[in-house]
Design a protein. Structure first.
Length: 563
């Protein structure tokens, strides 16, 4: 991955780190971590965190761990672990030998809990989950103490050991920190540290039947790994006092928690719970559906790791949540593919064209430019013959005033080929639909220019009927019709805003013959159509393409209007 970290403008997190380095707060070390929970696939919001944590480590010559906070076996799967590792690598980052799991520390977490019990800072509580919520209080009313809050230390130690042995059923007891039930911060009102859960863990099997809660495990895992700067999103700001409380009471190494604004992207969702719901209920075709904001979905759609890293750099690091327009993400992939994607011609909705004065059986190899942005990509040969396909929307029998493409009696240019003139229209006798055009061509205009200097107002893309390949093309649009689906102030179900037209599948499309062996993941610009990627469903001669992004650039127009 190119190292442009030194070129990035400084942000408030970097300023904190610079000050810590100047004061030698952590002996000159910078050590971050990316700590996903393996309960779903990563999305574009996680990409921001990945770029931030690994980017900080790189800029300050530090280290970054990949640690799975795997403390809830009922929602975690090996599939998610492997997908996360794949996504981080694909984005261009490497954790080296620093792959860790919170489950590596279960014994240490247990012993630290015993230590807090002995200090009178934790107790075993018999309240049910519903009763704990009821006793917790509200934002305006203090909580009530559990009847078990003042249990003797020895009794708590015995009960906690029996919890570990499996003597009690799920949900019957918890271990809670003894802090302050009247605290203005609800997170400090005797939070649960361990709960009973007779469930098999994807790494530890059935060794444990009690599992630590996230808030407890996370800070101690950071401490064990000697993380210096624990960077997280703003929703954990109210949890920071609890993070600090555990570490201070245990008197262990104390990282600094720093919060930044999470990424909110228009016309999609960033909740793993809601994404899982869409997958399980069949609204999308799996975690890698190209309509989802998951990294695997974006990869399948044709996004590049460079475009996603560039997007994360452009949006920057802020202290306040805000909504980022999807158009900016689309601008970043469009900018990248414009430089690197080869051009090809593809006809998505074919209309047959027969050139009457072109010899039947004659075939020419015409030269086409692979990418006008990069002369080094060279040229290719495309076959031209008597029968072609053009885009159906490029013809109008009765054209409106501003329509300059093909119409009866009108001359247009075929890209890299000749001028043609429409001299006849053939229709389906039953439906009246135009099914074929009869045209003539001017042999003197080979290459697309007229020697007599006459001009035409339109250039059309095309493919040879007998040489082109049939393909399926999947046209994607926004998954949601509403920009802010996370705002449910109106009380509506977020699924009510699902875009019923987010996927249109086109069959019988035609593409250049040079794409015969196109490999999944290969990206192209279909001239005048947009950018497309070969889908993994392509196999055994079947070509399937996903539209990555259109050629239309709304973000560029927005930026231009600001100037």
């Amino acid at each position: 991955m190119p190292d442009n970290s030194s070129q990035r403008p400084s942000d408030f997190i970097q300023e904190i780190i610079k000050e810590d380095l100047e004061t030698n707060k952590y002996e000159g070390r910078v050590h971050t971590r990316f700590p996903p929970e393996p309960n779903g696939y990563l999305h574009i919001g996680h990409a921001k965190s990945i770029c931030l944590n690994f980017g900080i480590a790189k800029k300050f010559n530090g280290l970054c761990n990949l640690r799975f906070d795997d403390t809830n076996p009922t929602k975690e799967e090996v599939e998610y672990v492997e997908s996360i590792k794949k996504d981080v690598r694909w984005l261009g980052f490497d954790w080296g030998d620093r792959l860790f799991y919170a489950s590596d520390y279960f014994e240490q977490l247990y012993q630290h809990a015993v230590q807090l019990i002995k200090m009178g800072k934790a107790y075993v509580c018999d309240l049910s989950a519903d009763e704990i919520r009821e006793y917790r209080g509200t934002l305006t009313e203090p909580g009530k103490e559990s009847p078990n809050r003042n249990r003797p230390v020895e009794e708590n130690l015995d009960l906690f050991e029996r919890m570990r042995r499996g003597d009690f059923p799920d949900g019957s007891r918890t271990l809670r920190a003894k802090i302050d039930m009247k605290s203005g911060n609800i997170n400090m009102r005797d939070p649960v540290m361990f709960r009973i859960l007779h469930a098999e863990h994807h790494r530890t099997g059935d060794k444990w039947c009690i599992y630590p809660m996230y808030d407890y495990a996370h800070c101690i895992s950071d401490s064990i790994e000697r993380i210096t700067h624990s960077v997280c999103t703003l929703e954990f700001e109210d949890h920071r006092p609890l993070y600090d409380w555990f570490l201070n009471e245990l008197n262990v190494f104390h990282p600094q928690q720093i919060e930044f604004a999470r990424l909110n992207l228009s016309h999609t969702i960033m909740s793993k719970r809601k994404l899982l719901q869409l997958v399980q209920e069949g609204h999308v075709k799996g975690w890698d559906d190209p309509r989802l904001p998951t990294i695997s979905g974006l990869r399948r759609r044709g996004y590049t790791p460079e475009s996603i890293r560039n997007f994360c750099e452009r949006i920057g690091i802020a202290k306040r949540d805000s909504m980022v327009d999807m158009a900016l993400l689309e601008y970043c992939i469009r900018e990248d593919l414009n430089k690197h994607a080869p051009r090809v011609m593809a006809v998505l909705r074919p209309l047959r064209v027969v050139i009457d004065n072109y010899h039947e059986g004659q075939v020419e190899e015409l030269e086409a430019i692979n990418n006008p942005e990069d002369a080094g990509m060279g040229t290719r040969k495309v076959p031209f013959s008597r029968v072609l396909y053009i885009e159906r929307e490029d013809f109008r029998e009765d054209p409106p005033k501003q329509f300059f493409r093909l119409a009866p009696g009108r001359e247009v240019r075929l890209r890299y080929a000749y001028y043609i003139t429409c001299v006849g229209v053939i229709k389906d006798e039953k439906t009246g639909e135009v099914i074929e055009l009869r045209c003539t061509y001017d042999p003197a205009t080979r290459g697309g220019d007229s020697p007599d200097g006459r001009k035409v107002k339109a250039t059309l893309h095309w493919v040879s009927a007998s040489h082109s390949l049939e393909a399926e093309v999947r046209m994607y649009d926004h998954l949601f019709t509403k920009a802010d689906t996370e705002d449910e102030k109106d009380g509506g179900d977020f699924k009510a805003y699902l875009n019923q037209n987010s996927l249109e599948t086109l069959n019988s499309c035609r593409v250049e013959p040079g794409l015969t062996n196109a490999k999944p993941g290969t990206r192209y610009q279909f001239e005048r159509q947009g950018y497309f990627s070969v889908d993994p469903d392509s196999s055994n001669g079947k070509l399937v393409f996903n539209r990555t992004v259109t050629l239309k650039d709304t973000w560029a127009k927005i930026e231009k209007a600001k100037k």
